[in-house]
Design a protein around this ligand. Structure first.
Ligand SMILES: C[S@@+](CC[C@H](N)C(=O)[O-])C[C@H]1O[C@@H](n2cnc3c(N)ncnc32)[C@H](O)[C@@H]1O
Length: 433
């Protein structure tokens, strides 16, 4: 077998072949580019959303209606603006206030463009109008009137004084606490007629529980329920168990979580129990309302007197009626700048309540730089804080009403004694409609 070698190409021939290859490559790239351009120009299959955007590009009837509503809302803007008494009428506020109405009528979360924008100014703009929108929505929540019930039970202070003098030395003796108990005793006494028992949920040191027990002349079975065990450094005002046999059989301390009440405790409660609570901070009140509204406690508790406190500590996932807030266009979750889920409204709500509980001396230190305070001023923010607290209480009452309760909100002590001066008083309807 003979080996043959390929004839060597001349320099000219090699150059020609390379040129041809180059031209072919350029032509191929050009053709691909043309094809891409053609594909981009071709009509895409339309989804519902793209159809809507295409339609909105044209001045459709819907867009015209929106523009009309926008003009009308700008007029309303000024009316509402004066009603919430903003202290600074700078053009940017007025503009932002007008913008929120415009966004109000747009569907979906279109504010996300502003909220998550790279530009600080746009984010600030969003913050401004979201604050106005929040305050506007807050002002629209229908609130049931609060009934003033500030009278103390005659002789209540003497009774509480006697318990304090024989019990441990604690902060319970504070005059503001004594005033609150003296007034709450009047509300509880209205519920005692025919009651099978009284249960103080989250009784703590139980000065209030003991006062109820003594007010009922030790005849109404009284239960101090708390998840605290107590001990040497955590003494209670419970009646001494050895001295008086009468007090032992009628007064019981139960150590458990309200969500895990035993059959034995349910037996103590009977079928017409009165549930009372005092100073249960934030979400603890909601947790108790949820327990009262569900099995097994709902079969026993038929009356209640719930005095909450520290509403600003309530967490979003603890509050018993987020549906109520959402129904009134408040507290929806949305995506934040870093992509996390957040609820700016609820944060504003908590901050307003905090402000309403603080005095002006804290203003410079803690709140002066907050956008909300800069916009509406400290005093106005305090007033909105009181509204926010009322709205949370309204949601709690709505929660109970939906579960067959008649309730009303009472103011049991003056604001000067404590800002946490509201109490829900309720009775279960005999038949749930
Ligand atoms: C701030 S203290 C109030 C005590 C008392 N009512 C008063 O006015 O002084 C709240 C009490 O509620 C109790 N507590 C909170 N959540 C509870 C729950 N889920 N079950 C039982 N007790 C609870 C706590 O252990 C605490 O003793």
């Amino acid at each position: 077998m003979s080996l043959t070698t390929a004839p060597s190409l001349s320099k000219e021939e090699l150059k020609r072949q390379r040129r041809e290859l180059n031209d072919a490559n350029i032509a191929k790239k050009k053709a691909a580019k043309e094809a891409r351009k053609k594909a981009l120009r071709a009509p895409k299959p339309t989804t519902k959303k793209t159809r809507r955007i295409q339609q909105e590009d044209l001045p459709s009837a819907r867009t015209l209606v929106k523009i009309f509503v926008c003009v009308v809302s700008l007029f309303i803007t000024f009316l509402v603006y004066t009603s919430i008494k903003c202290n600074k009428l700078v053009p940017v506020n007025v503009f932002a206030f007008g913008m929120f109405f415009f966004l109000y009528i747009l569907p979906n979360d279109r504010c996300a463009i502003l909220r998550t924008s790279r530009f600080k100014y746009l984010r600030q703009l969003y913050k401004t109008f979201s604050i106005f929108l929040f305050l506007f929505n807050l002002s629209q929540v229908p609130l049931t009137p609060v009934i003033d019930d500030l009278d103390e039970v005659p002789g209540a202070r003497t009774l509480i004084g006697e318990i304090l003098s024989t019990g441990p030395d604690t902060y319970q003796k504070k005059s503001s606490n004594v005033s609150q108990i003296a007034s709450l005793l009047g509300l509880v006494s209205e519920l005692l007629d025919g009651a099978s028992s009284v249960v103080d949920i989250g009784a703590g040191k139980a000065l209030y529980t003991r006062a109820i027990y003594e007010m009922g002349k030790r005849r109404i079975p009284t239960i101090a329920l708390d998840n605290r065990k107590g001990g040497k450094d955590d003494e209670f005002y419970d009646p001494p168990s050895s001295s008086d046999s009468e007090s032992c059989c009628c007064y019981t301390r139960v150590v458990c979580d309200v969500k895990q009440v035993s059959d034995e405790t349910l037996g103590l409660l009977g079928e017409e129990a009165v549930a009372v609570t005092k100073h249960l901070c934030g979400g603890a009140t909601d947790s108790i309302l949820m327990s009262i509204g569900s099995y097994p406690l709902r079969n026993c508790v038929k009356r209640l007197c719930v005095a909450g406190c520290c509403h600003q500590k309530t967490k979003r996932d603890e509050y018993c009626n987020m549906e109520f807030l959402n129904k009134h266009s408040l507290c929806f979750t949305h995506v934040g700048v870093r992509g996390g889920v957040q609820d700016n409204d609820f944060r504003t709500l908590q901050m307003l309540i905090s402000i309403s509980k603080n005095n002006a001396t804290l203003f410079d230190f803690e709140y002066a730089k907050k956008p909300l305070v800069k916009l509406v001023g400290f005093e106005t923010a305090r007033n909105w804080g009181r509204v926010a607290r009322r709205v949370l209480e309204e949601g709690r009452m709505e929660f109970l009403r939906e579960r067959g309760w008649n309730c009303e909100l009472r103011r049991y002590v003056d604001e000067a004694v404590t800002g946490d001066n509201l109490v829900i008083v309720g009775r279960r309807k005999s038949k749930i409609e």
